[in-house]
Design a protein around this ligand. Sequence first.
Ligand code: NI
Length: 178
Amino acid sequence: MARLPIIVAPDPRLKGEAMAVDTVNDEVRTLMDDMLETMYDANGIGLAAPQVGILKRVIVVDVAPSDGEREPLAMANPEVIWESDVMVTKEEGCLSLPEHYAEVNRPETVKVRYLDRENEIREMETNGMFATCIQHEIDHLDGVLFVDHVSSLKRNMILRKLTKAKRQGTLEADYAVQ
Ligand code: NI
């Protein structure tokens, strides 16, 4: 496994539309493993392939408490096939927007269809932190960041601060800024 550099916003590579995976083969499984290692290393709970510069529809998630057993989940071509009318507001962060957080409103429960590591089609209904995280990661596959869900005032403030931090090189050493 290899740790991959995480792209920090603002960056045009985070705004692209990722391509569907044909088959979950060894190449995709290696990407999933590398993304999990990268995510754990950065203390994240989710990561999408565009965040490491790969425009494929692949995400990894693990919302288990960090002091317990790991519960890694890798998904290819994840799509929300049903969402609840009930919405919930939660504070979100993102490895591509380090040290910034904002409240985002999303459906509380979603049903997701995806290809697992063995290229099997799976469906999962989930709520709570898991549902929020999966929706956040699927957004990345369409070039959408959590700041795109908040006011332009707040979004511009966060992106300005990140631009400045990148210029000054004051981001955490964990972040390999490209
Ligand atoms: Ni994110």
